[in-house]
Design a protein around this ligand. Structure first.
Ligand code: DX5
Ligand code: ZN
Length: 221
């Protein structure tokens, strides 16, 4: 599968969001990653459903919605999305993850399941048929600017092995501290989609297209 970049919109210039969306379009970014946080599942509150719908209305770049939200099923219908978009829920936040993943597919979107750094891969085993993407968190969710945890490369390697038992290719997305160096390691381990925030794309006084090209060059090696 081609390696894809997903821009973490919580790291964008929220005072000029349309300007950044146009820069991301020009940079050829393949997904816009929208972090929804409820202040309960994670100790932070960021972007909401109105933001998702507003961004959806101004760009053709597919959205990659990352729900760091307790009981996410309550909110799926609040987002006007389509088959090119992904809604990703957390295994740790939903005691009926299979039901919510089915709801996401009924809603017409692709379904993703995320696990935190401390959540074992075995938790993904029962969901192979329910998901279109697996999100391996490489930092504890909630805040940008953190450091990737030490076991991330090994975990992605094992996740790729686990997901290869599926009857179709299930991409792995990685999220948190995706610098070119970390991206290179995780790409070699089997990651396909890279969430780029302050470590790899939204860098002060640096052109986004240049940053995206540098990241692509690093993961292509
Ligand atoms: C973490 C966020 C990510 C990411 C931001 O909860 O979901 O968007 O960490 O990118 P970095 O880590 O590079 O600032
Ligand atoms: Zn995220």
């Amino acid at each position: 599968m081609r390696k894809l970049l997903s821009a973490s919109m919580m790291c964008a210039d929220l005072t000029n969001i349309e300007k950044d969306v146009r820069k991301l379009e020009a940079a050829g970014i393949e997904y816009l990653h929208i972090d929804i946080m409820d202040g309960s599942f994670v100790p932070n509150i960021t972007l909401g459903f109105d933001f998702v719908n507003a961004i959806k209305a101004i760009t053709d770049i597919p959205l990659d919605v990352h729900m760091m939200v307790d009981n996410p099923a309550r909110f799926i219908d609040r987002m006007k999305l389509d088959k090119g978009d992904v809604i990703c829920i957390h295994y740790e936040a939903d005691n009926d993850a299979a039901g919510t993943l089915a709801r996401i597919r009924e809603h017409g979107c692709q379904a993703g399941l995320a696990i935190n750094p401390t959540t074992p891969l075995t938790c993904l085993e029962g969901f192979i048929d329910d998901i279109d993407m697996a999100l391996i968190m490489t930092v504890t969710p909630g805040f940008a600017g953190q450091k990737m945890f030490d076991g991330a490369q090994q975990k992605v390697t094992e996740a790729r092995k686990l997901l290869s038992t599926a009857d179709r290719y299930i991409p792995i997305e990685v999220d948190g501290n995706m610098s070119p160096e970390n991206g290179k390691k995780l790409s070699a381990a089997g990651a396909d989609i890279f969430v780029l925030g302050t470590s790899g794309l939204f860098i002060k006084n640096k052109d986004m297209t240049v940053s995206a090209e540098e990241f692509r060059a690093a993961i292509a090696e």
